[in-house]
Design a protein around this ligand. Structure first.
Ligand code: AMP
Ligand code: MG
Length: 491
């Protein structure tokens, strides 16, 4: 039995209750995963499985067949979801071209979670794609999403990765793989754009009502729930992007179809973590103009939310003009909201418990100095109180010495003891992030069939605020690494 006292329907502990497939049919298409001949397990997330109340013995006895699509758990209702999206600013009709939503699992804590297979063969939305995915990109998503979860960033999660046993063809032949992804939902800004683009008001309203009930139930009592929804999604994204900025995370492909209305990080493609601080940092091979550069992410968040508001215009008010006024009013709040969330994160990074008006300048001045000396983003914050471990050019800079005096003065104006300041900083500045050069090393080994380095790194990343056994994980890359490092969408 689960927490809602519904009997679990499935021998594997899955307890499906599929609400999305009860929405208007234009929003999805029933689809079945491809039946791969010879799938095998690569990695399974036993911590997450236990949170989900799954029966690991029975999953194992069945050769993990649920995670390749060979076995559809009882109660699942596989569908591919329709959506659209602005990709690098251009509108396109998309949909799940290489993913199938098995359904919504109700966890023992009553949480409703999507269980999705990614890379499990073509769907009606595949366009010219094969619906498949390579092992490297699926392991990359698994690793980085688990690292983000451990850092405390809302994210979809990886439950398992299976090799399909087939080879897929990209630039070179790759081993095919399926990722089982767990998400608060897969409702995207692009899902709303799709409903608006086909001018199906009933579907749009049903989707909006659904999203309110599933993600923002407090808005059911809002005098105008759709306005409440807009406000809530703006807030969730402002908060999420502030967290990305806190850790130096670059999503890499912030298209509107890759923005979850639930406020989780979703669709890890060419994402990467910044080493030396620069707002201009871009690693994605396809982001030639730097649209999704590190420092642009907050502004792109606003651009995407503007597309979300546009898709809601027909339900926000009686007249188009009134709807635009309402949308504008709430969108105009985004920058302040984002700035407040960001400053709250950054204050903790420099050990501040309370607010002073000059804190923004204090943080910005430090970032300017880090930019000037190409100081490592993660390590500079972590070692701020230990100058011997800082970038030598930074500590030699008179500007930084002045900054330290101002910072120490600021710390002395709060009542907390030095140990409390250290504890706050240490719990907000990770020792460990998924450094790109190590991510590539462990994926390279996995490609050769050696999963040990991947498992070891994953284990270390699950405790990012603790000293890892392997201190090599703490180091940044060699000086020239970032100049040539590129990430790929992995499709
Ligand atoms: P992504 O870049 O992964 O967010 O994907 C953008 C769109 O392309 C989505 O509609 C995907 O479903 C689709 N897509 C990506 N890769 C493939 C593929 N190999 N086969 C079919 N569709 C794909
Ligand atoms: Mg996507």
């Amino acid at each position: 039995m689960n927490a809602t006292n519904q009997p679990c329907l499935d021998q594997f502990g899955f307890c499906f209750d599929n609400s999305y497939s009860k929405l208007p049919e234009v929003l999805f298409t029933p689809s079945n995963p491809k039946q791969f001949e010879n799938p095998s397990l690569v990695i399974f997330n036993s911590h997450l499985a236990s949170e989900l109340g799954l029966n690991v013995d029975s999953l194992k006895t069945a050769d993990w067949a649920c995670f390749s699509g060979r076995k559809i758990p009882d109660g699942a209702d596989p569908i591919a979801q329709a959506y659209a999206g602005h990709q690098f600013g251009r509108f396109a009709n998309l949909g799940d071209g290489r993913a199938i939503l098995l359904g919504e699992h109700i966890a023992p804590n009553s949480k409703r979670l999507d269980i999705q297979l990614k890379g499990c063969g073509p769907t009606p939305y595949s366009r010219s794609g094969d619906g498949l995915a390579g092992l490297g990109p699926m392991l990359r998503e698994y690793l980085i999403s688990e690292a983000m979860h451990a850092l405390g960033v809302p994210t979809t999660r990886g439950l398992a990765v299976m090799l399909t046993g087939d080879v897929i063809y990209r630039v070179e032949p790759l081993n095919g793989a399926v990722l089982t992804r767990v998400a608060a939902s897969h409702v995207r800004v692009g899902t709303f754009q799709y409903a608006a683009a086909i001018e199906n008001i009933d579907a749009l309203k049903a989707l909006a009502d659904y999203t309110i009930i599933r993600h923002y139930p407090a808005m059911e009592n809002h005098p105008q729930p759709y306005i409440g929804l807009l406000e809530a999604v703006i807030d969730a994204q402002a908060s999420l992007i502030a967290k990305w900025m806190r850790f130096g995370f670059i999503h890499g492909v912030m298209n509107t179809d890759n923005m979850s209305v639930a406020g989780e990080t979703i669709d890890y493609g060419p994402c990467a973590f910044m080493n030396a601080y620069s707002p201009k940092t871009v690693f994605s091979s396809i982001d030639t103009n730097g649209r999704y550069a590190f420092g642009n992410q907050p502004m792109i968040g606003e651009w995407n939310l503007t597309r979300f508001a546009e898709s809601l215009l027909s339900v926000l008010a009686e007249t188009h003009e009134d709807a635009i006024d309402i949308a504008t009013k709430f969108l105009n709040q985004y920058q302040t909201k984002y700035r407040d969330y960001w400053l709250c994160e950054m204050r903790k990074k420099i050990g501040l418990f309370n607010d002073e008006p000059s804190d923004l300048v204090l943080v910005e001045d430090l970032l300017m100095l880090m930019y000037k000396h190409q100081a490592d983003y993660t390590n500079t914050f972590r070692n701020l109180a230990n100058p011997s471990r800082l970038n030598t050019a930074l500590i030699a800079d008179g500007g930084f010495k002045n900054w330290q005096i101002l910072w120490k003065g600021r710390l002395s104006r709060q009542s907390q003891l030095a140990e409390e300041v250290t504890a706050l900083m240490d719990s907000n500045n990770p020792l460990l992030i998924p450094r790109n050069h190590i991510v590539e090393q462990v994926l390279g080994a996995a490609h050769q069939g050696d999963m040990e380095p991947f498992y070891d790194f994953l284990e270390a990343l699950s405790k990012p605020y603790q000293m890892p056994k392997n201190e090599r994980y703490l180091q940044g890359p060699s000086a020239s690494f970032d100049e040539s490092y590129q990430t790929f969408c992995g499709t």
